[in-house]
Design a protein around this ligand. Structure first.
Ligand code: ZN
Ligand code: ZN
Length: 283
């Protein structure tokens, strides 16, 4: 039996999404998914709420959360409580504190979760090998994230798939949806082995699904999201945080993104200014 899950969705428990966990479940079902992972920024509350709300034995909700580390975003799946890891406070308008990679992975493993490196090459072209094969390493990467190519590196997903072949770790798919229409744009097809439909209650099959992911019985697929979702999400964040003075700037970015590739050039120039020196060259 094979099931299709979108393994990276943000709910209204994130500061930059308005979609409730119940709405995520409803929409995911209409799009033919067998389940979702709700992985909010720095909290597992959205995922736990979704888990408690789901009445359907043929649909699975995996509680998760997404953390910023020095090697990028790490999604913990199959979490049951918040992790207790301290890090640097968020700077400016960023959402998340930067937490030590090893502490985050260890904390996820300590509660039986899976650590997934999300959109590994969204804003970098290289990562050290120990992230994938060191003593403390991720269990999987996102081989396809629908938003990965909307930022600095349009080829982010192909870099991720190259990395997947090199280290042979499972590659998962997730939409990284913050807006309702993004749900299901990417998914992971998971082979549950000899299990047939009707044999199991999918809602309660967390161990089975976790086992299949760790064994690498997965395939990922999806479609890239339009880059306009980035300023749209920033608008949602400004609205929720009541930083209304930032909204005109993001409306402008939205218009630019809608008009085409000019948005990419603006972002690269901003990054260049922020780095203050030679940014990595785009391929
Ligand atoms: Zn992320
Ligand atoms: Zn995310």
């Amino acid at each position: 039996m094979k099931i299709d899950l979108d393994l990276h969705i943000h709910s209204s428990f994130s500061p930059d999404s308005l979609v409730s966990p119940g709405e995520i479940i409803r929409i995911a079902k209409t799009r033919g998914l067998d389940g979702v992972a709700i992985a909010d920024h720095n909290t597992v509350r959205g995922g736990i709420t979704g888990l408690d709300l789901n009445p359907d034995p043929d649909f699975i909700v995996i509680p998760g959360a997404e953390y910023s580390t020095e090697y990028g975003h790490v999604v913990g799946l199959f979490l049951s409580e918040e992790i207790d890891v301290k890090g640097r406070k968020p700077q400016g308008h960023t959402l998340s504190p930067t937490l030590p990679f090893e502490d985050v992975v260890n904390a996820i493993h300590a509660q039986g979760g899976i650590a997934v490196l999300a959109h590994p090459f969204q804003s970098r072209e290289w990562l050290p090998a120990h992230v994938f094969n060191g003593a403390v390493k991720v269990d999987a990467i996102e081989g396809f994230n629908s938003r990965a190519g909307t930022r600095a590196y349009p080829n982010a997903n192909s870099l991720a798939s190259r990395c997947f072949s090199e280290y042979g770790i499972p590659a998962l798919g997730g939409s990284d949806a913050h807006l309702s229409w993004e749900i299901g744009r990417a998914y992971t097809r998971i082979d549950l082995g000899g299990v047939s439909e009707g044999d199991v209650c999918l809602r309660d099959s967390h161990s089975l699904v976790k086992e299949a992911i760790l064994a690498g019985r997965v395939e990922c697929a999806g479609k890239q999201t339009h880059r306009a979702v980035v300023p749209l999400t920033e608008l949602v964040k400004a609205y929720k945080r009541k930083t209304y003075h930032r909204m005109p700037y993001f409306v402008l970015k939205l218009i630019v993104a809608m008009l085409g590739s000019v948005g990419l050039r603006i972002e690269n120039a901003q990054r260049e200014r922020a780095n203050g020196k030679n940014p990595p060259q785009q391929q």
